[in-house]
Design a binder for this molecule. Structure first.
Ligand SMILES: *Cc1c(COP(=O)(O)O)cnc(C)c1O
Length: 363
């Protein structure tokens, strides 16, 4: 059994994908170009915003967003303490200081009630991360952001298609960041990322930023980067976008089956708060008695794959020791020791899922 079987998905759309790749090669539209423009339009429409700008990766989308908002040295940016490294790394790359805020123990997302306390006169932005495919509590986040006039950059890398009271994530903040890393719900066959926004100035800035800050070829306005989406990835993603809602629905069916059939008093199952559409990038369970590692070993023996997202909270990572955050972030620390993600992808078959459930119920 595999934790994720990307080839199983490819087999269901192989003809379409292969045809599109050939078209791109025949047209030599390799970097940016018409396939990228087409996909940008499709994503903007899908998320419900005016502009989308294709980039090299989700990590670059975060960096570009911070640069576009003028955030740098001397500024502070609020981030959840439990997320993928990129979120915090981007803040450091632009020279700003990440300010960690602990997560809510039930949703694993930033605890909106702790944000206000973390705000200082240096705070310029907050990056809510919609972790595992579940939207953060945007109503509360927007309320604090408005009160203190700080920007919102949504990290939607794990949550494309997720909704918060009917509206898609990525459409709430000043900028939304998407990743099309192959394992994401909408995955390319290589690296790819994108920003989405309703702000034309931001979109125009990032369109230049991705080509070295150039307004026209070989004339550069500001220090930018080399971060372009390529035509082959865009063409592949255009094909896959047509199936995304169906795949996200399938993930929900698989999640529902887990929720109904995992019966073990040691295990806390993920929740779907009212008004949220979860896209289950991960199906993450938590062990009450902190015996996660033991469970994982037992699953391993039965050849059932599982992954810990993430084993070490950011404030405890070697790279970020220099930030000198002496504080404890209780929930982030607790979660890193007790969570476990189970296989969940649209092509996961019932037989395998039953095996996983049986093992979990019998340990
Ligand atoms: C995957 C991911 C990213 C980074 O995306 P890449 O395309 O791999 O650079 C950023 N934030 C989160 C939460 C992610 O899961």
């Amino acid at each position: 059994m595999k934790f994720l079987d990307l080839n199983a998905q490819y087999r269901t759309i192989k003809n379409e994908i292969d045809k599109e790749i050939k078209k791109v090669i025949n047209s030599s539209s390799f970097i940016l170009g018409k396939y990228v423009e087409k996909f940008e339009k499709e994503i903007a429409k899908y998320i419900g915003v005016k502009y989308a700008v294709g980039l090299n990766s989700g990590s670059d989308a975060l960096t570009a967003s911070l640069v576009a908002l003028g955030i740098g040295k001397g500024d502070e940016v609020i981030v959840p303490c439990s997320t993928y490294i990129s979120t915090v790394e981007a803040v450091c790359i632009v020279g700003a200081k990440p300010i960690f805020v602990d997560i809510d123990i039930n949703t694993y997302n930033i605890n909106p009630n702790l944000i206000e306390k973390a705000i200082t006169e240096k705070t310029k932005a907050i990056i809510p991360v919609h972790l595992y495919g579940l939207s953060s509590d945007m109503k509360l986040i927007i309320r604090v952001a408005k009160k203190y006039k700080i920007k919102i950059i949504e990290d939607c890398a794990q949550a494309i298609g997720a909704k918060y009271f009917g509206k898609k994530v990525g459409s709430f903040g000043d900028i939304g960041c998407l990743s099309f890393f192959p394992t994401k719900n909408l995955g390319a066959y290589g690296d790819a990322g994108m920003i989405v926004t309703d702000n034309k100035k931001i979109a125009d800035f990032i369109k230049k930023w991705r080509i070295h800050g150039q307004n026209k070829k070989y004339y550069t306005e500001f220090v930018g980067a080399s971060s372009r989406l390529d035509g082959i990835q865009a063409a592949i993603l255009s094909v896959k976008l047509k199936y995304l809602d169906k795949w996200n629905k399938k993930r929900n069916e698989i999640a529902q089956y887990y929720l109904e059939n995992i019966k073990n008093d040691d295990i806390i199952l993920p929740i779907i708060p009212k008004g949220y559409f979860h896209v289950f990038h991960q199906f993450t369970i938590r062990f009450k008695k902190h015996n996660r590692d033991l469970f994982q070993k037992k699953l391993e023996k039965k050849e059932i794959p599982s992954i810990v997202y993430y084993p070490l909270p950011l404030h405890q990572q070697k790279a970020y020791k220099f930030l000198n955050t002496k504080k404890h972030y209780i929930n982030s620390e607790l979660v890193s020791k007790s969570v476990l993600s189970l296989p969940i992808y649209p092509e996961l078959n019932k037989k395998n899922q039953d095996e996983i459930i049986n093992e979990l119920n019998n340990i």
